[in-house]
Design a protein around this ligand. Structure first.
Ligand SMILES: [Mg+2]
Length: 199
């Protein structure tokens, strides 16, 4: 196995938790809909367009509001839309500890409003060697192009990079591009996985 020169990390459910059930119930409470109905109405192409950056902040607001049959002002919508995040405090010190020892990069499927909300909450991202947000690059996981961009960002060959994600589909997609894939589960398991990699 090649020596690890870079650690690439997913964002959602790795560095931050996102409680989608809570998001759907809060949006539903505002729109007079059951959470399950909100989930159903928001399961269309809008998510992908938002993640791809086709929809910016205002496009997301309009798309979601149209789907839910409401018209919320941006300030209220943006606060609701990001109300389901909590920092994964147990994992952040371990990530900080990697900086300077290996190159560290982020590879996230996310949208303009969530990036605007989360960047200030995660100042550690400024110290990453590479931050690839899908909505800023126009490619989403599991597409090969987003992994290529991430590898360019950290300047190493695929086999020199290990990629952590909580979704098996994306771990497999990274492995298909030659990266070492690891399924992220808990902070403790992450610590053990890094130690097994000599980190
Ligand atoms: Mg995730």
């Amino acid at each position: 196995m090649a020596q690890v020169k870079a650690v690439l990390l997913d964002l959602g459910n790795v560095l931050v938790f996102h409680d989608n059930a809570l998001l759907f119930s809060r949006l539903g409470a505002r729109a007079g809909l059951e959470a399950g109905e909100v989930a159903r109405r928001l399961s269309g192409a809008g998510w992908t367009d938002a993640n791809r950056g086709v929809l910016g902040a205002e496009g997301i607001r309009q798309d979601v509001c149209r789907g839910l049959g409401v018209d919320l002002p941006m300030a209220e919508f943006a606060a609701l839309w990001s109300s389901h995040f909590t920092l994964h405090d147990a994992v952040l010190p371990r990530v900080e500890g990697l900086l300077g020892r290996v190159r560290v990069g982020l590879v996230s499927n996310t949208n303009a409003l969530h990036v605007a909300y989360l960047r200030p909450l995660l100042p550690v991202l400024k110290r990453f060697d590479s931050v690839v947000m899908s909505c800023e690059v126009g490619h989403v996981k599991p597409e090969p192009a987003i992994f290529r961009l991430a590898l360019e960002g950290v300047g190493c060959a695929p086999e020199e990079a290990v990629f952590f994600d909580d979704l098996p589909e994306f771990v497999q997609a990274a492995e298909a591009q030659g990266l070492q894939g690891r399924l992220f589960t808990t902070a403790d398991a992450f610590d053990a996985q890094l130690k097994a990699l000599g980190l």
